[in-house]
Design a binder for this molecule. Structure first.
Ligand code: GLN
Ligand code: ZN
Length: 761
């Protein structure tokens, strides 16, 4: 009989209870014990939900305050020395300090860096290893939670991120990371021994880096590490997800692990070889319900595949979602505003468990009423999606079919365009600009939520937005910026904002997913062919332009970013969805320029994070991403200046693709790397204009003029002056007004000073 298990359940709670509680704790409104109680209640609820759905083996250790990698780092005492001064703080306060940074008489202790968890929109905190790093098992929330679950006699397995993944994701500047492995393994051995003492048989040991193309040294390290850990008195379920395992299963079969988990949603092609290579007497766990997306499964499809596997593997077949359900919203039942058709196509964490159970019960011939309901629904949904007119839009398809190479090129090349643009825009040397958003004040947030609740009318809301734009324009003129923005006060989020204007894209009410710490996002749902329902930004862009004689940039979010931060249909290729989004944006670009907007920025901050986990697949992705960008931008006339913006600090390996996007101007984040990043642009001989960020917007500190000046001079040594712009690293929406005005004034003054200097030299 197949065993049904779950890799992890969303920790935020149906109503984002965890977020609310932690934020209250930070504000001093509840104390630590109250916060811990709420955490415990959430864990109880989650276990109960999973158990009543029919899951046989419940995960313990998937819950984390803020982030599970941070929690694991603390378990092993991996705390950078700058944070070690505060020894009497409680473990929980220590954890929040590491996550958010602290300041005291000795200055600021920066938070740990935050980075994307593989190709998801979840961010983990990067452990920092120091020279001679030791990994002593200290206070372990996992062990406490095991006690909690055991006290209720729940059937559990422990969940822990494995040592290779933990090491790989951390930062170690001293020598090769793998040299730390022996010490780290000691910590893991201690932890596994304690887990065994508590009477837990199984440990799900997550090694998602198995889906990367690892260097041989890491392959060897895997083999060595699991030789060691395999001696522990627990059974290890070596768990991969997000892609196919890059180490041959026939090798892994020789390691002393008791089971393997494969993600058959992302890498279904693994199954056949695995059936041949994975020993029949070891547990074979298959991830068959999509843990990364929100579509209801085609259960019949899986029944056909799994029936023979179930016969041959018997009790050693385990079934689960493909990965932790951390990446999907909690409960679809709460969505009352979705129309019934779209809602029937969806499945959130809670529903996914029932799908899994229905599948398992059917395989073992023990279906009950609920299973029958889920099986029937699945069948019905497959049929309804195949036929629904909302999915396929013939007009979109034929527009895509009719595209020609010309649709992917501007009329002229950059040098000719630049001449035309410089004549019409009449910008000074070193033009100054910002990235788009200005502070999203509490006033803006309160007014938006009053509008959403229906407390104020559309007319009142519009008048408010107009007033905000007036103010932002006035302030920018006062600062003396050369290219203005409207400030984005009407946008809650740079992706969510566009969803209501796009056919084929839906929005949930409570579809929250943890992005980092207490921040949750509600990704739009791209369910069908995408087209623009009506102009999306023209109104406020033209309004803003009407308030100034200086150019005001039109502001759009690019196709890769809309794609990357949404739940995307899985019945056609993602790159094809990106093309459809690009066409919708192309219409917007055209309308903007027709309405007199001469500079249009298409943000693509998510371009890099969309890179496939396996490097051998990068080029294919990049080529399609570049084409999608060009498809929306190339409608711009020569005189329309196209900007793009990206905010990360690694361009070396994708610079050729960035150049192929052929934006007239790119603004990027460079200040934190002191312009080192520009080397990539210099070495490549980047042909168009660049605005390297001259100050870090993540900090409220007003940068010193000397510092900005130094950065700009550095930049001018790498980029020809006539192609250099001056701007902050990113949008200013998270900042407050006083520091924003002060910082921008320094920036404008520095640009003016250097402009004079360079003219005279
Ligand atoms: N235009 C957006 C803003 O300024 C860009 C945000 C981003 O790069 N993430 O907020
Ligand atoms: Zn940015």
């Amino acid at each position: 009989m197949a065993i049904l298990h779950n890799l992890g359940y969303p920790r935020i709670g149906e109503d984002r209870e965890l977020k609310r509680a932690i934020e209250k704790f930070w504000q001093g409104k509840i104390d630590e014990s109250e916060l811990k109680n709420i955490g415990q209640q959430l864990r109880q609820q989650n276990w109960q939900t999973q158990q009543s759905a029919g899951i046989d083996l419940l995960p313990v250790g998937d819950f984390a305050w803020y982030d599970h990698i941070l929690q694991l780092a603390l378990t092993f005492g991996v705390v950078p020395s700058r944070h070690r001064h505060n020894e009497d703080a409680s473990a929980l306060t220590q954890l929040f300090n590491l996550a958010r940074g602290t300041s005291n008489e000795q200055g600021n202790q920066a938070a740990l860096e935050m980075t994307k968890w593989f190709d998801t929109n979840y961010h983990y905190l990067v452990p920092e290893f120091e020279a001679n790093q030791q990994f002593e098992l200290g206070h372990s929330p996992l062990l406490e939670q095991i006690d909690e679950a055991k006290a209720q006699s729940l059937p559990i397995k422990a969940v822990v991120t494995g040592p290779l993944t933990f090491l790989y994701l951390g930062r170690f500047e001293h020598e090769q990371k793998l040299l730390l492995l022996p010490a780290l393994l000691k910590g893991y051995q201690q932890l596994l021994a304690k887990i065994a003492e508590k009477g837990v048989d199984w440990v799900q040991i997550d090694e998602p880096i198995l889906a990367l193309e690892l260097e041989p040294a890491w392959h060897q390290a895997f083999a060595d590490a699991y030789q060691t850990l395999g001696q522990s008195p627990v059974k290890l379920l070596l768990t991969s997800y997000f892609g196919s395992i890059s180490i041959p299963l026939s090798d892994i079969a020789k390691w002393p692990v008791s089971g393997i988990h494969l993600d058959l949603i992302r890498a279904p092609e693994q199954l056949d070889a695995a059936l041949n290579q994975w020993p029949i007497d070891k547990v074979f766990s298959l991830g068959v319900i999509d843990g990364r997306n929100i579509w209801r499964s085609d259960l019949n499809y899986w029944l056909d595949i799994l029936e023979p596997v179930n016969r041959s593997r018997g009790d050693n077949l385990w079934l689960a979602p493909s990965c932790s359900l951390l990446h999907v919203p909690v409960n679809l039942e709460r969505e009352h505003k979705l129309d019934s058709e779209l809602k029937s196509w969806l499945s959130f964490a809670k529903q996914k468990l029932s799908e899994l159970v229905a599948l398992g019960h059917h395989l073992d011939n023990k279906i009950d009423e609920t299973d029958r309901y889920y099986l029937a629904l699945s069948q019905q949904v497959v049929a309804s999606r195949a036929q629904s007119l909302r999915i396929t839009n013939p007009a979109v398809r034929s527009r895509i079919d009719r595209l020609t190479e010309d649709d992917f090129h501007r009329a002229n090349r950059y040098p000719e365009r630049a001449k035309i643009q410089h004549q019409s825009l009449k910008l000074p040397l070193l033009p100054t600009t910002t990235i788009g958003s200005f502070p999203q004040t509490s006033d803006i947030r309160a007014t938006r939520s009053a509008f959403v609740k229906g407390d104020i009318t559309q007319a009142e809301y519009d008048a408010f937005i107009a007033g905000q734009i007036d103010e932002v324009i006035r302030r920018q003129e006062q600062l003396g910026l050369d290219v203005l923005v409207h400030g984005e006060p009407e946008r809650n989020d740079m992706v969510e904002y566009f969803a209501p204007y796009l056919n084929g894209v839906g929005q949930t009410q409570y579809g929250w997913v943890q992005s980092y710490g207490t921040r949750c996002v509600k990704p739009p749902v791209i369910y069908g062919d995408v087209s623009r329902a009506e102009p999306m930004t023209v109104r406020w862009s033209t309004y803003a332009q009407s308030r100034s004689d200086k150019p005001v940039k039109g502001m759009l979010t690019g196709p890769q970013t809309i794609l990357g931060w949404s739940f995307v249909r899985s019945d056609i290729a993602r790159a094809d969805v990106a093309d459809q989004i690009a066409l919708a944006l192309r219409d917007e670009v055209d309308d903007l320029q027709k309405a007199g907007i001469n500079i249009i920025q298409i943000d693509e901050p998510a371009l890099r994070e969309g890179l496939p986990l396996k490097r051998s697949q990068w080029l294919e992705y990049l080529n399609r991403a570049v084409r999608a960008f060009r498809l929306c931008a190339s409608i711009a006339d020569d005189a329309t200046q196209v900007h793009t913006h990206m905010c990360y600090s690694q361009f070396n390996d994708i610079i050729a693709s960035i150049a192929q996007m052929d934006a007239d101007v790119i603004t990027i984040e460079t200040s934190r790397s002191a312009m080192k990043l520009l080397d990539a642009f210099k070495d490549f001989n980047y042909p168009n204009e660049i605005g390297p960020g001259v100050y870090d917007i993540h900090s409220p500190v007003v940068p010193k003029a000397q510092w900005m000046e130094k950065l700009l001079i550095l930049a001018s040594e790498k980029i020809p002056l006539e192609r250099l712009w001056v701007n902050p690293d990113c949008g200013l929406k998270t900042r407050d007004w006083p520091e924003t005005l002060a910082s921008l004034q320094v920036m404008v003054d520095v640009a003016r000073k250097l402009r004079e200097q360079f003219k005279n030299s």
